[in-house]
Write a protein that binds this ligand. Structure first.
Ligand SMILES: [Fe+2]
Ligand SMILES: [Fe+2]
Length: 403
């Protein structure tokens, strides 16, 4: 068992490193998900494509899908947590009247000074380099695939919105969360459109392809896995928008810095809510929760936009990730840092009374971040000896960007 876990850890770490460097050539940077013990027991639907000739199929392989891995008796846990969620989770939503809106940060098209404001915006972003725009576009596209994320949340047993207007706190959260998130892609999209620096048609095609492809988070309709995934992702987006804010400031675009900064603040608030749910799960069901955390980490947290495609470049996501890594917007080190942060946040090391399987999962999760870092350092050393590569990005009119 220990051997199997070591291998899985190395696999997760290696894939983080592969993502970091966009290693993998024609193959996706995320390796094929290895089966957990659950895979062989559950009824699986394998949808393997990689065939871009087939219309409306994802640009690359989608992993084996395990469905409904939450034991039916566990659904009761989420029913019993409804009043807790109402008091502890819904408080992290902001009332619409108190929320910022994209138009607060954009030129006002009804004002006489509109053209002047657009001119100023374009002047301000002149100093921003193409590689920065590539990363900002990738972040915007990730936000714009929001229909996929709401769908994903509504695949989760015990917490899904059963009617589309359900009044359970879980469903209220999901709808209001989506409504808050919707402002992120909207604001970045409009800013990028006005900047005049990017090929909007190629970007819009990428968004349409991505929403059409969906995502493959490996959450198995299981809210334990789902909320671990969202905890990780909200922190990842908090870090990445925070870094684009910092870099916009360094390049002299204070307005864009403010835009990325307020989006990052939303992500932080959402992270707080999702990590609180998982904290509660650790309290009421520590054994199942630690197994779920180990399971997600063995499979590796796949990025929400990993099926991104612009109709031209099937390794688009790998290329985008490599540029984000090189610019320091989102890196393999961040992946390890997020894991370490969450392990600390949930006080995983201190959990007692676990089954022997639970103890092994605890050991595995607590030892994973340093192993990912070690592998990353090694990969970094190897990458330094390699020649750097530049590839064209359709988002910036086919101009070449260093990976
Ligand atoms: Fe967002
Ligand atoms: Fe988010």
């Amino acid at each position: 068992m220990a051997l199997k876990m070591d291998w899985a850890g190395a696999n997760a770490a290696e894939s983080a490193v592969r993502m970091r460097f966009g290693i993998g050539g024609a193959s996706p940077s995320f390796p094929v998900r290895r089966s957990s013990s659950r895979v062989s027991m559950a009824s699986n639907t394998a949808m393997v494509t990689g065939n871009t000739k087939k219309p409306f199929s994802p640009p690359k392989e989608v992993h084996i899908q395990v469905k409904h891995s939450l034991p039916p008796e566990k659904i009761e846990i989420f029913n019993s947590l409804q009043s807790w969620a109402e008091q502890n989770i819904l408080v992290h939503l902001k009332h619409v009247e108190k929320c910022w809106q994209p138009s607060d940060f954009l030129p006002d098209p009804s004002s006489e000074g509109f053209h002047e404001q657009v001119k100023d915006l374009r002047e301000r972003c002149k100093e921003l380099p193409d590689d920065y725009f590539v990363v900002l576009v990738g972040d915007m596209i990730t936000e714009e695939a929001l229909p996929t994320y709401q769908t994903m949340l509504n695949t989760l047993d015990g917490v899904r919105d059963e009617t589309g207007a359900s009044l359970t706190p879980w469903a209220i959260w999901t709808r209001a969360w989506t409504a808050e998130e919707n402002r992120h892609g909207d604001l970045l999209n409009k800013y990028l459109y006005l900047s005049g620096r990017v090929d909007m048609r190629q970007i819009e095609k990428t968004i349409q392809y991505l929403i059409g492809s969906g995502m493959d988070p490996g959450t198995e309709n299981n809210p334990y896995l789902g909320f671990i995934y969202t905890s990780f992702q909200e922190r990842a987006t908090f870090i990445s928008h925070g870094n684009t804010a910092r870099q916009a400031k360094e390049h002299g675009d204070m307005k864009l810095a403010q835009i990325c900064g307020i989006i990052a603040a939303d992500e932080k608030r959402h992270e707080t809510a999702y990590t609180k749910i998982v904290e509660k799960l650790f309290e009421v069901d520590p054994n199942h929760t630690i197994l779920a955390l180990a399971d997600m980490m063995k499979k590796k947290i796949s990025m929400p936009a990993h099926l991104m495609y612009d109709g031209e470049e099937k390794n688009l996501f790998d290329h985008f990730s490599a540029v984000a890594q090189r610019l320091g917007v989102y890196t393999a080190k961040d992946y390890a840092d997020i894991l370490e942060f969450l392990v600390g946040r949930w006080e995983v090391e201190k959990i007692t009374g676990l089954s022997s399987e639970g103890c092994k999962a605890q050991d595995y999760v607590c030892g994973l971040a340093p192993r990912i870092r070690k592998l990353e350092e090694r990969a970094q050393g190897r990458a330094k000896q390699k020649k750097s590569l530049a590839v064209p990005f359709s988002w910036v009119f086919g101009r070449e960007i260093m990976l």
